[in-house]
Design a protein around this ligand. Structure first.
Ligand code: SF4
Length: 147
């Protein structure tokens, strides 16, 4: 985990000890104490979600624009997975589709083809940016670098 903010409270032995201050807790965390599981040869995690959750997924995203009679492929089968707390930078040449991809992931524009999921829920327009739960701040800014 990146680190869960706050201090350890008195644990009553029920559910996950981090439940009252974890920003990715789910209903089951209130009652189920997570058990330690191997996630690789040298790493173990005790979390009902298997560790840091993937919050944003883009799959098979295509987007083309028509400009002065030309077809411009801004996104061609783009894929991305972002975990909670990750900082992601899109780097590419000017006109390579960074802004288009970010706008599709944000729900600002629609892809011609492909899917975007935020915390497992399909993004339709701005449906996820209106949510008041922990992920509302997870995708709060965009910085782009031209290569
Ligand atoms: S998501 Fe993991 S760390 Fe957070 S409350 Fe649930 S079991 Fe605990």
């Amino acid at each position: 985990m990146w680190g869960i903010p706050g201090e350890i409270n008195k644990y009553n032995g029920q559910g996950c000890p981090f439940n009252n201050r974890c920003n990715q807790g789910i209903e089951v965390c209130k009652n189920k104490k997570p058990t330690l599981k191997n996630i690789s040869l040298k790493r173990q995690v005790a979390c009902n979600r298997g560790g840091i959750a993937t919050v944003l997924v883009g799959e098979g995203i295509f987007k083309t624009y028509k400009y002065k009679g030309k077809t411009i492929e801004a996104c061609k089968n783009c894929k991305i997975k972002i975990k909670g707390g990750e900082t992601v930078v899109l780097i590419g040449e000017s006109g390579s589709g960074k802004t288009t991809l970010a706008n599709i992931l944000s729900g600002i524009i629609e892809a011609d083809k492909g899917d975007v999921f935020f915390d497992g829920v399909a993004v339709k327009g701005n449906n996820f940016t209106r949510k008041k739960t922990w992920y509302s701040n997870s995708f709060s800014g965009s910085v782009f670098f031209n290569k």
